[in-house]
Design a protein around this ligand. Structure first.
Ligand SMILES: [Zn+2]
Length: 435
């Protein structure tokens, strides 16, 4: 009898707790160059509303039936869009959080369900309101000039911010390893004449998958390299892999699983709302079927070839899987799974600066070889490449005069002049002088 009574009391307490206010158990801030993300950790989903106030700029967040369980963390607001955060009770049961801002923002908010890493969350994204001068596409004008340009390599460190990626047994997070190797690769590229690196993310914050591709395109990247570290159920799985995108399906079962887990980053990051519309995606896939696939394979083979001197290979060939981050329509793209973070001995290596450097150098080697062999027209590297061999072209089946002229960046007229050509008929096997 007494026992039942106690159980009843416990049950009552439990149900009272459930009906109590939603507790804010923690707050994280992820500042990125053009946005700042705030994440509230909650013990249950919360109803909320937002509005902005001007002079000075503020964002007000009202949380219904909520209370703050923790102290406001002492953030360093230096690199964020915020000046500070205040809070107060609002009405009897609600909590009001006021963000003091440095300027105008476009706010966005959404809730996230619990995942492996975190519980219920409320995410507030603050995007810097765009200024007109900031938006002008200066590069189109520049690229019209004839001056040889640098080859641009977009380096994409996987995951970031709220999304740690895979986590090793010793707590090593994929996002940190990816960024560390990305920074080393960036330095190597900066040393290379005629090449320039663009970092898709340069700190610990999340960038949406489509956003990553968009950034590479905005910078007119010639190559997109996404850096990751694998994880698998079995701690025995090991080795490095290089992937290109597949529009048909994955080459292996593990490749499919991997693509799913890498793609789900957006669910963790909470940006799946920003999906490409179906039409765009269709066009993207269609364009991929053409030359970019060949180029991606060529880079991937080169990188895989140099990686095997640094680590065992997981598979002896380039793999294919449907990674969203590789779906740039006109940029050759590869994804490198540097090693298995879920394998204790590979996790240990991934943490070492020496190994990270060797990894970056191996990728660099593959990239360098790819661009030396076939430099994009109009680049410094292409201009430097005019050795006597490069000044000759052996006609093969399917060649056209305009095609050859285009490839070597000369006019059809000059090509005709240099070779005494009159008609349009080309003889296969004949050698043309390139002026
Ligand atoms: Zn990853």
């Amino acid at each position: 009898m007494k026992r039942t009574g106690l159980a009843l009391v416990l049950l009552l307490i439990a149900s009272v707790c459930q009906a109590g206010p939603v507790q804010i158990q923690g707050l994280r801030m992820w500042p990125a160059p053009d946005n700042t993300r705030l994440v509230f950790d909650l013990n249950a989903p919360v109803q909320h509303s937002l509005f902005t106030l001007s002079g000075p700029e503020r964002l007000v967040i009202d949380l219904k039936n909520a209370s703050l369980l923790t102290r406001m963390p002492a953030f360093d607001y230096d690199k964020s869009l915020l000046r500070g955060i205040r809070h107060a009770r609002h009405g009897e049961r609600n909590l009001r959080v006021v963000l003091d801002l440095k300027g105008k923002v476009r706010p966005k908010s959404f809730v996230l369900k619990p995942n492996r890493e975190y519980g219920h969350r409320l995410v507030i994204d603050l995007h810097q309101a765009k200024t007109v001068s900031n938006n002008a596409p200066a590069r189109t004008v520049q690229s019209m000039k004839r001056r040889p340009r640098d080859i641009i390599v977009a380096i994409d460190a996987g995951h970031g911010g709220e999304d740690p990626g895979a986590v090793g047994r010793r707590g090593t997070r994929e996002k940190d390893i990816a960024l560390a190797v990305a920074r080393r690769l960036e330095r190597l590229i900066a040393r290379e004449r005629g090449m320039r690196a663009v970092m898709i993310r340069s700190g610990d914050y999340y960038v949406g998958l489509q956003q990553r591709v968009k950034k590479a395109r905005q910078h007119r990247a010639d190559l997109f390299i996404s850096l990751h570290a694998d994880a698998f159920r079995s701690p025995k799985a090991k080795g490095s892999s290089v992937f290109v995108v597949s529009h048909k399906g994955a080459t292996s079962e593990t490749a499919r699983g991997l693509a799913e887990s890498e793609n789900s980053a957006d669910l963790i990051g909470g940006v799946s709302l920003e999906e490409m519309d179906p039409l765009t995606r269709y066009v993207v896939v269609d364009m991929l079927k053409n030359s970019t696939m060949e180029d991606s394979h060529a880079v991937a083979r080169g990188v895989l070839g140099s990686l095997k001197h640094v680590n065992a290979l997981h598979k002896n060939r380039v793999e294919q899987a449907g990674f969203k981050v590789l779906k740039a329509p006109d940029i050759p793209s590869i994804l490198v799974e540097m090693a298995f973070i879920s394998n204790p001995s590979e996790e240990k290596r991934l943490r070492s600066a020496k190994y990270q450097q060797r990894m970056a150098e191996a990728v660099m080697k593959g990239v360098r070889a790819y661009f030396r062999k076939d430099p994009p027209p109009g680049t410094l590297l292409a201009a430097r490449d005019r050795t006597p061999e490069a000044r000759r072209h052996v006609i093969s089946r399917g060649d056209t005069l305009s095609g050859i002229a285009n490839r070597y960046q000369v006019s059809v007229a000059r090509l005709r002049d240099a070779n005494g050509l009159r008609g349009d008929v080309l003889t296969v096997g004949k050698v043309l002088r390139i002026p």
